[in-house]
Design a protein around this ligand. Structure first.
Ligand SMILES: O=C(O)CCC(=O)C(=O)O
Ligand SMILES: [Fe+2]
Length: 315
């Protein structure tokens, strides 16, 4: 589905749309084909003097200097390109953007810099023998801003009175019935009642999560279940191993999407996929965790604090 509109300014969290970059010798390449896979600095200096004054990037960072038309001569290792004017307008002028190895914008600084940008965080690597045990999940960082996460927690706890005790659907004599069942799960939940908050969540999913699901899983999302806000309090917060598409009413679901709203404020409450080893997953606040509804998964008991999350299902 569509990424950020081309006319709109991009924000930290957005993945850079692809563009053809033209070098001054007339050769050209595309951003995604040529420059994904390493952290990126992308500068848009206002003139040649600003281009010459660009800071030296840390080792391992690809540094591109982009302008709509000027023949800018930045110092090596900067590489100069021209690009589509609408693409450049969305990037803004006189800025240094930092992007991660997946070309997701992370931070933006005005040029000339007053403070040195943070070097890219070194991702801890697993040993080759550990990687065979990883469940095929997708994590998309920065889908919700921290401020939106905090607003969702307030909405659940204050506007919605903390939500309702979560029930499970049971089939008895051909009849479906909702029933609280602590042998399966314990948590509170609510469908958000604020259309403005819902619209913000929807926009962020469309803009940040769905393009990644399309790319990584080759799946076009066409349908979404209602959003649900969840609270897993210490001592009464867990969801035992289950699949998300096993009863007729939910058989249409393809992917589960869950966003932690306050990671770090609680202990426990991690996801685990018992068919794929014992690794636990606790994505950072605002990141979307996406996985197939057919995979067995559980939310481990919260040992301290309250885990807040937002979840939905995609088809
Ligand atoms: O706690 C979550 O984020 C989602 C839990 C879950 O597996 C579900 O609601 O089906
Ligand atoms: Fe689930």
């Amino acid at each position: 589905m569509n990424a950020a509109a081309a006319s709109e300014r991009w924000l930290p969290g957005d993945r850079l749309p692809d563009v053809r970059l033209r070098a001054h010798d007339g050769s050209s390449q595309t951003l995604h084909a040529e420059f994904a896979g390493a952290p990126l600095w992308l500068a848009t200096p206002v003139d040649e003097a600003a281009a010459r004054a660009l800071p030296t990037p840390p080792a391992g960072v690809v540094a591109l200097c982009v302008g709509a038309d000027a023949a800018l001569p930045p110092p090596a290792p900067w590489q100069a390109f021209t690009a589509d004017t609408r693409w450049c307008a969305a990037l803004g002028c006189g800025l240094l953007w930092q992007a991660d190895a997946n070309l997701r914008l992370q931070a933006c600084h005005a040029l000339p810099l007053t403070v040195a940008p943070m070097p890219p965080a070194a991702a801890p690597a697993l040993s080759p023998t550990q990687t065979g045990l990883i469940a095929p999940i997708l994590q998309v960082p920065d889908v919700f801003e921290p401020e939106l996460c905090a607003a969702l927690i307030r909405h659940l706890e204050i506007d919605c009175g903390g939500g309702d005790v979560s029930a499970v659907l049971v089939l008895e004599d051909g009849q479906q019935r909702l029933q609280v069942d602590p042998s399966i799960k314990q948590r509170r939940e609510v469908i958000p009642r604020d259309p403005a908050l819902e619209a913000r969540m929807h926009e962020r999913l469309m803009r940040r999560a769905l393009p990644e699901i399309a790319r990584v899983f080759n799946f076009e999302v066409r349908r979404r279940d209602p959003f649900k806000l969840l609270a897993y309090p210490q001592g009464a917060g867990y969801f035992r191993a289950h699949r998300d598409n096993e009863t007729p009413d939910v058989a249409h679901r393809r992917f589960a999407l869950s966003v932690n709203l306050n990671q770090g404020d609680y202990e426990g409450g991690e996801f685990r996929y018992p068919e794929f080893g014992l690794s636990r997953f606790s994505p950072v606040t605002g990141a979307a965790l996406v996985f197939s509804c057919s995979m067995l998964h559980e939310v481990l008991p919260v040992e301290r604090g309250t885990r807040y999350a937002m979840t939905t299902f995609l088809a």
